[in-house]
Design a protein around this ligand. Structure first.
Ligand code: PLP
Length: 400
């Protein structure tokens, strides 16, 4: 295309995917007007991309914030956000059940830059509140909360945290990946910034990696400046895929919320299932917080089996519907035995400290109908139950 011709058909219903590494100006006068802010446009692909702008505007709208920024993964959204906002001598307080790599990032990476971090277990909310008040001081730059936590779906009381912190010194950041903006908008409860792994519910098809941070223009601007330098940018095609997925987020979450609850209730009734972690169930330890903060509970259920680790492995191997793998939020059903799959590098003591028992299973329901998922689960659980009875007949050792 000759350089004087601009891209045609900018009124397309689905906006074009922008993959350009650079943007041109007709002449020096046009560039001067661009620098003066008289005309909009891009300058270079690490700073500007119209496909990001489209998707970022949609993300901000979903979270009810002024602005949003895209990143190539959830981890890079967190790493860039925290790096942009912290300086040597600052402190980070974070929920102890936060995603494994986030904990490593805080403890091993941020510590190298003189930023201290401290984890507070959120399994017992009274203990969390007490410890939070004890640990909070005016060096605390960031309180980082993963809510609901993965996979136990533990929550915290955002309004309590907000009542303790000094807003002129401390920012409350919520990783709301497990809720999605359909089930919770943390800024309504005082969060300053919200981060997501868009790889999960927001992407929703298991075919992209992306992350985002949403918040006020004032907080997003320095993070954008940091991203311009760190170069943690996602490509135009991924931005397009994410934008396409956001169009269906509401209907997907509605279905996942319904199926998740139905499957969690069915699991709760099964005699081999010893415990179910799903905030939609009244027995979840944070059910009353859930009624304040969540409008739905999503498609991921964690549960423990009353059997041995080996029997739990067999239960997984005999399932026919889900893929065995470590992702959630897409249309695929997926299952993992957490101790074996995601937490296998940790010692038994570290796992038990985090509440990851040998038979803890994380199941994500996908867009299947509930009956398909439940029939498969019940069939596999029944076969394990028969095996347990058989083992007990053959051996005096009883697994509980
Ligand atoms: N936050 C949560 C709650 C997660 O579960 C994950 C990944 O599983 C991440 C952040 C990191 O996201 P990503 O894998 O897109 O880097």
């Amino acid at each position: 295309m000759p350089k004087t011709i601009r891209a045609p058909y900018l009124n397309a219903v689905v906006p074009p995917i922008s993959v350009s590494s650079a943007y041109y100006f007709r002449d020096t006068e046009e560039f001067r007007r661009y620098k003066a802010g008289e005309i909009s446009g891009g300058r270079y692909g690490r700073y500007d991309n119209p496909s990001w702008l489209q998707t970022e505007a949609e993300l901000a709208q979903l979270e009810g914030t002024e602005a949003a920024l895209l990143f190539p993964s959830g981890m890079s959204a967190v790493a860039n956000t925290v790096s942009a906002l912290c300086k040597q001598g600052d402190r980070i307080l974070y929920t102890g059940c936060a995603y494994r790599n986030l904990r490593t990032f805080f403890n091993e990476q941020m510590s190298q830059y003189g930023v201290e971090s401290c984890a507070i277990c959120q399994a017992d909310i009274e203990e969390f509140n007490e410890e939070f008040k004890k640990q909070y001081d005016n060096r605390c730059r960031i309180v980082f909360v993963e809510m609901p936590s993965n996979p136990h779906m533990y929550l915290v009381d955002l309004e309590y945290i907000k009542s303790v912190i000094d807003p002129s010194k401390t920012l409350l950041i919520v990783d709301s990946t497990f809720a999605s903006p359909i089930n919770c908008q943390p800024t309504k409860f005082g969060a300053d910034l919200v981060v997501h792994s868009c790889t999960k519910y927001l992407g929703g098809h298991g075919d992209l990696l992306a992350g985002c941070v949403c918040g006020s223009m004032q907080l997003i601007d320095p993070i954008r400046n940091y991203r311009n330098i760190s170069g943690a940018v996602c490509d135009g095609f991924t931005a397009f895929l994410l934008s396409r997925s956001l169009e269906t987020l509401g209907v997907r979450m509605e279905k996942l919320n319904r199926t998740g609850l139905t499957v969690a209730k069915a699991l709760e009734k099964n005699p081999i299932v010893s415990r179910v972690y799903y905030t939609g169930l009244s027995k979840h330890p944070h059910a009353s917080l859930a009624s304040r903060y969540l409008s739905g509970h999503g498609g991921v259920i964690a549960f423990e089996l009353g059997c041995s680790a080996e029997e739990a492995e067999k239960f997984i191997d005999r399932l026919e519907v889900p893929f065995m793998g470590t992702n959630f939020g897409s249309h695929h059903a997926m299952v993992e035995q957490c101790a074996e799959f995601t937490y296998y590098k940790l010692s038994g003591a570290e796992r038990s400290e985090m509440g990851i028992s040998d038979t803890l299973i994380r199941y994500t329901v996908g867009l299947h109908t509930p009956d398909v998922v439940i029939d498969d689960l019940v069939r596999s659980l029944r076969s394990i139950s028969l095996q347990i009875q058989d083992n007990r007949r053959k051996s005096p050792v009883v697994h509980v």
